[in-house]
Design a protein around this ligand. Structure first.
Ligand SMILES: *Cc1c(COP(=O)(O)O)cnc(C)c1O
Length: 398
C-alpha cells in the first residue's frame, strides 16, 4: 500500500517525542517540573461549564448547523464589535473544532500546488505543516530577537512573488511572545492591499497582553483591510478551554462559505454542548480573563527573572501570550558526561533527564538557539524547576 505523498511531506513534530519521554517519566512516578504545556492551568470558567451542563440536560445533543449555532455566531459578532470595532454578519463567521481546525480548513480552502504562503519565523509549529498538507509552499521570513522579532517590511516586500497568496500573522506570538505595533501592521496591510494578498491573522492570544499594551488587529488598520483579512480566534486560550475544541474565523464571505463547505464534508458541526459552553464564556467570562491575566503577569516576571539568573541563558521579557523564549546559545556546545549538547533539542533532553524539567526545544518553531518555557504552571513549582535548572547548568563542562 502506497501512502499519499502528502504524508511524506509533513514531519512528525519532535515536540511529541519529548512529550512521550515526559509521560514515560511521570508513569515511573518521577516528579516533573513541566514548562511544556501549551495551555493555561486554570479550570474553565463556571459560566462555560454551567452552559454546557444546561445544554446536556435540555437535550441539546444533536447535529447543529455545520458552521455553528446562531447564538454562538451572534456572541462572536458581538465580541468583534466590542473588542475590535469590526462588523461581521453571520455568513462571515464559521465555528470549527478549535482554531487549529479553523486554520486547517483555511489551508484547504485557499492553498494548492504552486502557491506560496509567507510565515514570519519563529512560528507556531502547525502553520508550515498545514500548508504542506495543502500542497503549497511555506516561505519563511526570518525575524530577530535583537529587534523583538519585528517584521522588516523591506524584507517582506522582497519576498512577495506572483505566487504569494497569503501571509500568516500571529500577534501575540507563540513561541516568542512578541507583538506587532500598529505602524508595522499598517506597513504589512499596505503590501497586502497592493499585491492582493490575504492576511490570516491568528489572534488566539489577543487577551494575554501585559504592561498596559493593547492588542491591535490588522483588519482594523485600514478601512479596506477587513476585505483582505481572515481573523482566527477561539476560546481555548482566552478562557482556558482547550479541551472543548471551539475556534472560529471571521472574514470575507466567499472564503468563509468555502470553509463551511469543506467542513460540511469533513467534521460537520463542532460539538453542540461545547458551542453552548463557548456562548457562556463569551458572554460571562470577562472577569475570568482579568483574573487569569493578572496571574500570568506574576508568573511571567518570576520565570523570566529566574531564567535570566542562569548564566548562559538570556531571556527577553515577552509582551504577550504565556511563553518565555530564552536564547540558550550560551549553553550550546558545552558538555555533560563527555557528550556535547549541540542543539536546543539536546539541551531540552538534558534538562528533562538531569533536572526533571520539561520545556520545548526551538527547532520545530524554526530556531536553533531557543527553548520555549510556558509559564502557566503553579508559581512555587515553576520557581523550584528554575532552581533545578540553575543547578544542572553548573554541572556543564565547557
Ligand atoms: C493554541 C494555538 C492555536 C490553536 O488552539 P485551538 O485549541 O486549536 O483552538 C492556534 N494558534 C496558536 C498560535 C496557538 O498557540
Amino acid at each position: 500500500m502506497n501512502l499519499a505523498s502528502r504524508t511524506t511531506r509533513i514531519t512528525p513534530s519532535p515536540t511529541l517525542q519529548l512529550a512521550a519521554a515526559v509521560k514515560a517519566l511521570m508513569a515511573q512516578g518521577e516528579r516533573i517540573f513541566d514548562f511544556s504545556a501549551g495551555e493555561p492551568s486554570l479550570d474553565s470558567p463556571d459560566a462555560a461549564k454551567q452552559a454546557a451542563i444546561d445544554a446536556i440536560q435540555a437535550g441539546f445533543t444533536k447535529y447543529t448547523a455545520v458552521t455553528g449555532i446562531d447564538e454562538l455566531k451572534d456572541a462572536i459578532i458581538e465580541k468583534f464589535q466590542r473588542d475590535q470595532g469590526l462588523t461581521y454578519s453571520r455568513s462571515q463567521i464559521v465555528v470549527s473544532c478549535g482554531a487549529k481546525h479553523t486554520l486547517f480548513n483555511l489551508a484547504m480552502a485557499l492553498f494548492e500546488a504552486g502557491d506560496e504562503v509567507i510565515i514570519p519565523a519563529p512560528y507556531w509549529v502547525s502553520y508550515p505543516e498545514q500548508i504542506l498538507v495543502a500542497d503549497a509552499t511555506p516561505v519563511f521570513l526570518p525575524t530577530s530577537e535583537a529587534t523583538n522579532y519585528a517584521i522588516d517590511l523591506s524584507a517582506l516586500k522582497a519576498m512577495i512573488t506572483e505566487r504569494t497568496k497569503a501571509i500568516i500573522l500571529n500577534s501575540p506570538c507563540n513561541p516568542t511572545g512578541s507583538m506587532y505595533d500598529r505602524e508595522t501592521l499598517e506597513g504589512i496591510a499596505a503590501l497586502a492591499m497592493q499585491h492582493n494578498l490575504l492576511v490570516i491573522s491568528d489572534e488566539i492570544y489577543e487577551k494575554m497582553v501585559y504592561d498596559g499594551r493593547q492588542h491591535c488587529s490588522i483588519a482594523t488598520v485600514h478601512p479596506e483591510m477587513v476585505h483582505h483579512t481572515v481573523i482566527v480566534n477561539g476560546v481555548s486560550k482566552t478562557y482556558s478551554m482547550t479541551g472543548w475544541r471551539i475556534g472560529y474565523a471571521a472574514g470575507p464571505e466567499p472564503i468563509l462559505k468555502a470553509i463551511g463547505n469543506i467542513q460540511s464534508q469533513s467534521t460537520s458541526n463542532p460539538t453542540s454542548i461545547a458551542q453552548k459552553a463557548a456562548v457562556g464564556a463569551l458572554q460571562g467570562g470577562a472577569s475570568f480573563i482579568e483574573h487569569m491575566v493578572k496571574e500570568l503577569e506574576v508568573r511571567r516576571h518570576a520565570v523570566v527573572k529566574g531564567l535570566n539568573h542562569i548564566s548562559g541563558i538570556h531571556c527577553p521579557m515577552p509582551a504577550g501570550a504565556f511563553y518565555a523564549f530564552p536564547n540558550v546559545s550560551g549553553l550550546l556546545g558545552r558538555r555533560f558526561d563527555g557528550k556535547v549538547l549541540a542543539t536546543p533539542f539536546d539541551l531540552a533532553n538534558f534538562f528533562l533527564n538531569e533536572a526533571k524539567v520539561a520545556c520545548v526545544p526551538g527547532e520545530p518553531f524554526g530556531t536553533a538557539s531557543h527553548l520555549r518555557f510556558s509559564y502557566t504552571g503553579p508559581l512555587d513549582v515553576m520557581e523550584e524547576g528554575i532552581q533545578r535548572l540553575a543547578q544542572v547548568v553548573e554541572k556543564l563542562e565547557s
